[in-house]
Ligand binder design. Structure first.
Ligand SMILES: C[S@@+](CC[C@H](N)C(=O)[O-])C[C@H]1O[C@@H](n2cnc3c(N)ncnc32)[C@H](O)[C@@H]1O
Length: 507
């Protein structure tokens, strides 16, 4: 069975450098668009609303022509298009096609600013971002979408340490592969949908990025037993009653696709390598969701699993029915589809679905650290460095028993503040909160010892010496204090409130 019902042939990137030069010269960049459209129309476009941008691009300049062609999918007069593009190449390579006395774009080309101000372009199927927020409503099953919120979330989460090899599994229009070309010597991008790989090739070429190895196939099948330093995947994680849209419906039952992906990633990671996924998981009656996802973690890997959101099955169903444009079907059709989703969840005894982030790191540790937590609060992206630091802290903690921990010196992590909560006018706070203003933006309640301890952590004294001083002030037995506090210190280190004063933990 073909994975696509979209038969139009796609452009070839033979003259991508010429096209790229023309786009840049016209100011068809993320910054250029913001300037030309103004913030409200620019933001509306990001919400897939095109009317404000149409109104802002009625001029006859090159940038207006490009916005209308590639973002708004309008017919543009030939002469105006010619002021913006090398037309012979653009027509010959298939980026645009003649339409009467004008031209139309064959694909959606969207400026995308890289993390270091790179002017990149994401090439995807026409129509997915036009005509109001409707996801891929009415498109063929093999439609290739551009960048969505999930794509940028994963790109922000990804650990960006320079590596030899990276794999982007389910590359779509290539955004994760594009990011990986900045810090991986060799990038492999795979997709079940062959059209997606054609789009990835175009995205990389038009962005002026190095080529990637492109391989068609399901899950890890196209890479066999090859191993990587980094694996990323924003997979088709939607838990649905049947596979209709390749970009989101994995075609395996329930959350099986995510489970298999996570389970099989372990043996494809080099030592110290990371695998990072977005995933959905079932909340099954009588089962703790944490146990469910913990059971997916492969041997030899540490894991950090964060549940960001939970939706009950009705919210979840409505989200994806709207995404597919099913809300525009007649009431009977809509009801039938809605029921099919609820039947599926009922059969799987599933009450809700969790959305979250899964990172594995191949540590080879005898006692792997598997942290599964719920953190629905705002975070500061990009989090790649926070993710890397989480695993470095796990290595650090694993290597130290309590005595070694107390011999070490700590500093308060940058941008941690203390908040005292209590009734106005009260002499003592009811409780003290430590709050991170960066990264995960965690907050944690500490007792008086915890507050006093973190307050003097400037790296000068060892943890044990600080506890002895606190014991002297409070009259508590120092031996008891040394005995009971390491657990709390471990937690503060694990969550990134305290950092070892030197990477090796020695003062
Ligand atoms: C949600 S999209 C992600 C696209 C892109 N990586 C991003 O981050 O925006 C999921 C992609 O996985 C692909 N896909 C679907 N089933 C797959 C499978 N069994 N194996 C590999 N890729 C698959 C789809 O074609 C689609 O391109």
């Amino acid at each position: 069975m073909s994975t696509t019902s979209l038969t139009t042939s796609l452009p070839v990137p033979d003259h991508a450098d010429r096209l790229r030069a023309a786009l840049l010269a016209a100011g068809f960049t993320a910054d250029g668009l913001l300037d030309r459209l103004g913030a409200p129309a620019y933001a509306a476009l990001a919400r897939s609303e095109t009317v404000p941008a149409l109104r802002a691009t009625r001029g006859d300049g090159a940038l207006d022509a490009l916005v209308r062609l590639f973002l708004l999918q309008q017919r543009v007069p030939y002469e105006q298009a010619r002021s913006a593009l090398p037309m012979d190449e653009a027509l010959a390579d298939g980026w645009v096609a003649r339409d009467g006395d004008g031209v139309r774009a064959a694909v959606d080309v969207r400026p995308y600013g890289g993390p270091d101000g790179e002017d990149w372009y994401i090439v995807s199927d026409l129509g997915c971002a036009v005509g109001g927020a409707s996801g891929a409503g009415g498109r063929g099953e093999g439609v290739v979408l551009g960048v969505g919120g999930a794509s940028t979330t994963l790109a922000g989460l990804t650990v960006r340490t320079p590596v030899a090899s990276a794999l982007d599994l389910g590359t779509g229009s290539g955004i994760q592969a594009l990011h990986a070309t900045r810090h991986a010597t060799r990038v492999t991008a795979t997709d079940l949908n062959p059209r997606a790989l054609e789009f990835t090739r175009l995205t990389l070429a038009l962005s002026g990025a190095p080529e990637a190895e492109l391989r068609t196939g399901s899950l890890f099948e196209p890479v066999g037993s090859e191993t990587y330093d980094l694996i990323v995947s924003n997979p088709p994680f939607v838990i649905s009653p049947g596979a209709r849209l390749t970009y989101r419906d994995g075609g395996m039952g329930g959350d099986d696709l995510c489970r298999v992906l996570v389970q099989q990633a372990g043996e494809r990671l080099n030592d110290g390598g990371y695998a990072q996924f977005l995933a959905n998981w079932q909340h099954v009656e009588g089962e703790d969701w944490k146990d469910r996802v913990r059971s997916w973690v492969p041997r030899g890997c540490d894991a950090w699993i964060i549940q960001r959101e939970v939706q009950d099955v009705t919210q979840y169903t409505e989200l994806w029915l709207r995404d597919a444009g099913d809300h525009r079907a007649g009431p009977e059709e809509y009801q039938a589809r809605y029921e099919a989703w609820l039947d599926e969840f009922e059969a799987r005894r599933t009450k809700a679905v969790g959305f979250g982030w899964i990172t594995l790191r191949r540590s080879g540790a005898d006692e792997p650290s598997v942290v599964v937590e719920e953190w629905p609060h705002p975070v500061e992206q990009p989090l790649g460095e926070t993710v890397r630091a989480h695993f470095a802290r796990q290595d650090y903690l694993r290597a130290r028993d309590d005595a070694a921990l107390l011999a070490d010196h700590f500093v308060l992590a940058p941008e941690v503040v203390q908040e005292q909560v209590g009734l106005p006018g009260a002499e003592d706070p009811e409780h003290v909160i430590l709050r991170q203003n960066r990264g995960m933006r965690r907050a944690t309640k500490v007792d008086t010892v915890g507050a006093g301890f973190t307050g003097v952590c400037d790296g000068t004294l060892s943890a044990g010496r600080i506890l002895d001083a606190i014991a002297q002030l409070t009259g508590e037995d120092p031996v008891v204090l040394r005995d009971r506090t390491p657990r709390a210190i471990r937690l503060l280190v694990e969550e990134g409130f305290l950092e070892p004063a030197r990477p090796d933990g020695r003062g």
